[in-house]
Design a protein around this ligand. Structure first.
Ligand code: PLP
Length: 368
């Protein structure tokens, strides 16, 4: 659905939070933020209607969203979201990583879910506006960040099945601690054969809550088998690799090739795209192609595949020691993190935290 009217203005109305956390409460939270548990004092809210397009951009105190019990999202899951981080650099400045990629992806997700497209300038301005009032929530200890969660959903009160004529876009933010506190630990991943996360023509390539809802039962199966995450295969043959519930997967071959599965139902990760670019910069060959689970089994057994990892914004990059499935395992649960895996992780985070030169122009300053 097109936004027929051009955005009227980028002028946000700002209502500051009278009940913002005290300095002491803030200090307690920032000292041990965890992930996704604590939220900043404000949020962004922009309305959209079929008649009026995007309107009423505002920053307001963080708090409950009032909505009608018949709001379409509660019944038909018409929703999309994004996830990116604000990083505090050594000099105190606040930056984010490739936000225009998130903005473009949110538009693609929105098109798939029959939601309106939020203009990229609005998306990026919404992050700046939130940082302008909540800068103190961007932590400064190593490997911490402020996780930014833009999302959009159908708010219209109507039980008929059609794209909603009233939608809201929000941004909330949550301080995030270091993902790995005791050093980077390789994980085991469960291969689901009973459940698929997406199918051909479905919503797999969109960042939408429904994909996560359908992954939860498989995720539980992974936990039951002592695994941290689940790897999904294609829905027809359970043969071709897709991705994890919320991360892409990558294999390093002994000849230096860096390979990731290709499929129309995989979500296009920005971390993945960036890591492939960094690998290319090192002269390594990268491939995005169909991959079967037999190729992975044989490759690991023969020593052709030497490293495996998963990647996404929240955890950046997680080494995979082993895959477990009903009846077989791939690799060794005690395998250490690969050398290239760790070196790419270091390079990407060095760029994000401003410790090395940003040669691709990936960083956008949010506090100026
Ligand atoms: C968000 C997400 C990813 C990772 O994308 P990034 O842009 O790297 O954070 C991968 N898979 C799914 C299903 C996701 O929702």
């Amino acid at each position: 659905m097109k936004n027929l009217l051009a955005p009227r203005t980028l002028e946000f109305a700002v209502q500051t939070n009278e009940a913002a956390r005290s300095a002491a409460e803030h200090a307690d939270i920032i000292a041990e933020p965890g992930f996704g548990k604590h939220f900043t004092d404000h949020m962004v809210d922009i309305c959209w209607s079929e008649m009026g397009g995007w309107h009423r951009p505002r920053v307001q105190p963080y708090g409950p969203i009032a909505m009608d019990p018949a709001a379409a999202v509660l019944h038909y899951a018409q929703e999309v979201f994004e996830g990116l981080k604000a990083y505090r650099h050594e000099d105190g400045s606040i930056w984010t990583f490739r936000p225009e990629m998130n903005a473009e992806r949110m538009k693609r997700s929105a098109i798939r879910l029959a939601l309106p497209e939020l203009p990229t300038e609005y998306f990026i301005e919404s992050l700046r506006q939130l940082i302008a009032v909540d800068a103190r929530w961007v932590p400064s200890t190593p490997d911490t960040s402020l996780y930014l969660r833009p999302f959009m959903f159908a708010k219209e009160a109507f039980l008929g099945v059609r794209p909603a004529a009233k939608v809201n876009y929000y941004v909330i933010a949550s301080p995030a601690g270091a993902y790995f506190t005791g050093g980077v630990e390789p994980v085991s991943i469960w291969i689901s054969t009973d459940y698929a996360r997406a199918g051909r023509g479905g919503t797999g390539a969109a960042k939408t809550g429904g994909n996560y809802a359908s992954s939860l039962v498989a995720q539980q199966e992974a936990y039951d088998h002592g695994c941290a995450q689940v790897l999904f295969l294609d829905s027809e043959k359970s043969e071709y690799l897709e991705e994890l519930g919320g991360m892409n997967v990558v294999f390093v071959y002994k000849d230096g090739r860096v390979v990731t599965p290709e499929s129309s139902s995989i979500l296009e990760g920005i971390t993945l795209d960036s890591l492939l670019q960094l690998a290319k910069d090192r002269g390594l060959k990268t491939e995005q192609r169909r991959m079967t689970i037999s190729e992975v089994r044989e490759g690991v057994a023969s020593g052709d595949i030497v490293e495996m990892f998963a990647c996404g914004t929240a955890a950046v990059l997680v080494p995979i020691a082993q895959f477990k499935a009903e009846g077989y395992t791939i690799g060794d649960a005690d395998a250490p993190a690969g050398e290239l895996t760790m070196s790419l992780r270091q390079e990407l985070t060095d760029i994000q935290y401003g410790r090395v030169q940003d040669r691709h122009g990936w960083m956008t300053r949010l506090d100026a």
